[in-house]
Design a protein around this ligand. Structure first.
Ligand code: OAD
Length: 244
């Protein structure tokens, strides 16, 4: 039996399948991943651009990166991998998604249960009065953009040094400890605490199915099935097998 067929069989028999997604699932939607060649951290040193201290010390500088990310997100659309996960949920074969992504593409594809572990770039919050505006409504003239109250605006994303939103952390860990199968898609799985999710699932006897264009720290030792290739090709194949 081919690995894709084994994965489809496990999902068809599983009473609770969860997905953990990372930047790789959105790569074919035109959003660059963080690590590796052409990744965001190639051009922006995360210590200077992705920590809460860097933001508080020099929000204008960090907004150079945030503005670029926001523009890319506004143009992006879900790809076949996002659509396949939405179909899996619709079929009753996926309990939910824990995503490290901040692009809102799972919801745009139709998924209803999405835990945004690192927050969202689709919502902007004022650091003084806590007013929220949608990314679509943000008009940037100067950097950093300011709220009508004069406060500094910040996307509702988790920067390094900030805590994971409590509800997201609690629910994600709970889901990880009770799922029977975990799809780990397009993540290098090196950033904690999201990287603990596959370990928690594994400790609780879930089958780990990893989909990635290259092997990761999970591939040998944690993943039970490794499907090497693009998520936008592999996930639709799994959905088709489940329909047969
Ligand atoms: P990374 O950039 O670290 O990893 C992306 C992964 O996707 C890599 O393992 C690639 O091999 C894989 N990949 C690329 N294209 C793919 C495709 N078409 N199909 C399947 N896999 C593909 O991104 P994340 O693991 O999401 O956090 O990074 C985790 C966190 O690090 C991010 O949420 C962000 C970052 O720092 C914060 O900023 C807090």
């Amino acid at each position: 039996m081919k690995a894709t067929e084994r994965a489809a069989e496990i999902i068809s028999r599983s009473s609770a399948t969860l997905a953990l997604t990372g930047a790789g699932i959105s790569a074919e939607s035109g959003i660059p991943p963080f690590r590796g060649q052409g990744g965001l951290w190639d051009r922006y040193n995360p210590e200077e651009y992705a920590t809460i201290d860097a933001f508080l010390n020099n929000p204008g500088k960090v907004w150079n990166m945030l503005k670029e990310v926001g523009e890319i997100i506004l143009k992006s659309k879900p790809n076949d991998a996002h659509r396949a996960l939405a179909e899996l949920e619709e079929m009753g074969k996926l309990r939910g998604i824990v995503t490290q992504n901040i692009d809102g593409l799972h919801q745009a594809a139709g998924n209803k249960t999405v835990i945004e572990f690192h927050g969202t770039h689709k919502q902007i919050i004022c650091m003084s009065c806590c007013k929220r505006i949608k990314l679509e409504q943000l008009i940037i003239q100067d950097l950093p953009p300011l709220c009508s109250c004069g406060g500094i605006l910040k996307p509702e994303v988790v920067l390094f040094g900030e805590p994971i939103p409590y509800d997201a952390l609690r629910t994600a860990f709970q889901e990880a400890s009770t799922c029977k199968a975990l799809l780990v898609i397009g993540t290098s799985a090196v950033v904690a605490p999201a990287s603990q999710i596959p370990l928690i699932a594994k400790q609780n006897a879930a089958t780990i199915i990893e989909i990635n264009t290259e092997s990761t720290i999970l591939t040998t030792g944690i993943s039970d099935i490794f499907l090497e290739g693009s998520a936008s090709q592999i996930l639709p194949q799994i959905v088709n097998l489940l329909k047969q």
